[in-house]
Design a protein around this ligand. Structure first.
Ligand SMILES: Cc1ncc(COP(=O)(O)OP(=O)(O)O)c(N)n1
Ligand SMILES: Cc1ncsc1CCOP(=O)(O)O
Ligand SMILES: [Mg+2]
Length: 528
């Protein structure tokens, strides 16, 4: 369910400080990483002594470069790490040693998540050298930085242009990118600024590298009413992100999953003395089978939205009857043929038409669907769909970046959205569409897709996260219908199985019958 291929194991090399009180640093990393089933190597950069009392400073005792490199080598003598998480890096000598070690051992392909810890939650400085010098050393080897607002400010103010508004996470993120950060998540947890998002939410700003170039988004979870300072959240989040990237997830997916995992661990935090800490023991462990990729159980997904787009939409429903068999075809002629058989949901996916011919096809398709009182979705061409009063549109993630959702909502078109990974699903759900499509379920020859097929298990997993109708698509035929209905699919979409069938009419009729009885059986079983 990701742009990359999720693996069965994730081994994270966690590099950071030892907090003997057990709130943050490597101890926090271990707990967070074990909760997602990742293995955690721990290489200390420093012992620390961080007293609870506000007046007393923290002590930091860095390890020597020799000790540091010996530990790194010892870890490497076991399995090669699949991700590296860097937390407290107290001086530039260790930063340089890490950079050199990564280069010497050809580990530059491994994702490095750097959480630039400058001070702890109690604002006690933990660095021996100035933060700017340390960050400069580590930036070239970092895949994703995760500063909080204060840490981001420390660096950004140095390089800010005069008109930059440094009170906002997105400004910091842009400044860091200018300074050479590949991908960055600026955590807004310490911000009182609510201009860009809902004040009941904690919003972080991400700039990453999507398949089609840089991508930027806000990722938000509800603010939890915590009545004591909570420690170790930054370390835990960065570790979870590294752990998910270690499994092979993209940075955007890893951020979305990690943010939700942390939210769940904070929902009923553990209280210890004057502090709280995330309760990773209380959340569901990951299930990792020997054959499938790791599956991380989540209660829901965070809200995700593009910087330019608010996420308060509400698209009309597709009605009470299940979407059922959902043929995706390329002409009005196909629509006429299939609707006359009683198909109730259909899509016009006209990839080979342009200009007037395209507009004519869309107009005819809409007229036919109206005659049969059927749910017709127009793929891609949302402006023409609005112009000619279509029932709905189906959009992919790329279309979402340019489509005017306000116009679609204003004209009350139904909206179906494709999703292939956690990040896309989180984004789609934030838009509150009329349905979400999930695929490819199986390998498809119809379209090149960079995602690994999710299988029926993937549909069941998606079902638990999706609070609107769910459509399955990709390599589907009649042998899958029963299992798909049991997995909770409301609609079963397909191209080849119908349009390449010898007897398309007979096949469609049979498919409708199978789906109808599978739906009835599933319903009977659920109500027994
Ligand atoms: C029901 C349904 N699900 C997914 C898709 C794929 O749409 P999209 O991502 O926009 O890709 P193209 O179909 O445009 O290639 C779909 N069309 N229908
Ligand atoms: C457009 C699309 N999006 C996800 S899978 C797919 C192709 C589905 O076609 P088929 O049913 O022929 O596998
Ligand atoms: Mg499309």
């Amino acid at each position: 369910m990701t742009q990359y291929t999720p693996e069965q194991s994730s081994v994270v090399l966690a590099i950071g400080g030892i907090d003997p009180a057990g709130f943050s640093g490597l101890q926090a990393d271990i707990k967070a990483l074990h909760s997602i089933g990742a293995h955690c190597y721990t290489v200390p950069t420093a012992m620390t002594a961080q007293p609870a009392q506000a007046g007393e400073p923290a002590q930091v005792y860095p390890v020597s470069t020799e000790e540091f490199v010996a530990q790194l080598n010892a870890c490497l003598s076991h399995e090669r790490p699949s991700a590296i998480k860097v937390g407290l890096m107290p001086n530039q000598g260790l930063a340089i040693a890490l950079k050199n070690w990564i280069g010497e051992h050809n580990l530059t392909e491994i994702p490095v998540v750097y959480d630039p810890v400058f001070a702890n939650t109690l604002n006690k400085s933990l660095l021996v050298d100035p933060p700017q010098v340390i960050v400069e050393r580590l930036l070239p080897i970092t895949t994703l930085m995760t500063p909080n607002l204060l840490e981001a400010a420390l660096w950004s103010e140095q390089i800010a242009t005069e008109d930059a508004d440094l009170s906002k996470p997105e400004t910091f993120a842009r400044q860091w990118r200018k300074a050479g950060a590949q991908q960055i998540l600026v955590k807004g947890g310490h911000s009182d600024d609510s201009s860009s998002t809902d004040s009941n939410m904690v919003s972080d700003y991400f700039i990453g590298l999507g398949t089609g170039g840089p991508q930027a988004f806000w990722v938000s979870t509800p603010k939890l009413p915590l009545n004591q300072p909570c420690r170790g959240t930054g370390c835990s989040l960065a570790s979870l992100i590294a752990g998910m990237m270690g499994f092979g997830y993209s940075a955007a997916d890893a951020v979305v999953i990690a943010k939700q995992r942390l939210q769940e661990a904070l929902f009923a935090p553990l209280s210890f003395g004057e502090f709280l800490k995330p309760n990773f023991q209380a959340i569901k462990p990951a299930t990792i089978s020997s054959t499938e990729a790791a599956q991380i159980p989540l209660e829901k997904l965070p809200s995700v939205h593009f910087p330019s787009q608010p996420y308060h939409f509400n698209f009309p429903s597709c009605g009470d009857s299940p979407l059922g068999l959902y043929p995706v075809v390329d002409s009005a002629e196909w629509i006429e043929r299939l609707l006359s058989l009683g198909v109730t949901t259909i899509q016009l996916r006209a990839k080979n038409l342009k200009g007037e011919a395209l507009e004519r096809e869309i107009q005819s398709a809409i007229a036919i669907a109206e005659r049969f009182n059927t749910r017709l979705f127009i793929n891609d061409y949302w402006e023409l769909a609005i112009k000619h009063g279509a029932y709905g549109v189906h959009l992919g993630y790329e279309d979402l970046q340019t489509a005017d959702l306000h116009q679609l909502e204003k004209h009350q078109l139904r909206l179906g959205l494709s999703t292939h990974c956690h990040y896309e699903l989180a984004h789609a759900l934030s838009v509150k569409p009329s349905y979400v499509a999930s695929g490819p379920v199986f390998h498809t020859n119809t379209k090149d897709m960079p995602w690994r097929p999710q299988g029926i298990d993937g549909v069941s997993y998606w079902r638990k996260l999706v609070d609107c109708p769910l459509v399955a698509i990709g390599g589907l035929n009649e042998s899958h219908f029963k299992a798909l209905c049991e997995a909770g699919a409301d609609g079963i979409a397909m191209i080849t199985a119908i349009t390449h069938a010898k007897d398309a009419e007979g096949t469609t009729q049979r498919f409708m019958d199978i789906i109808k009885s599978a739906v009835n059986e599933t319903y009977d079983q659920k109500t027994l």
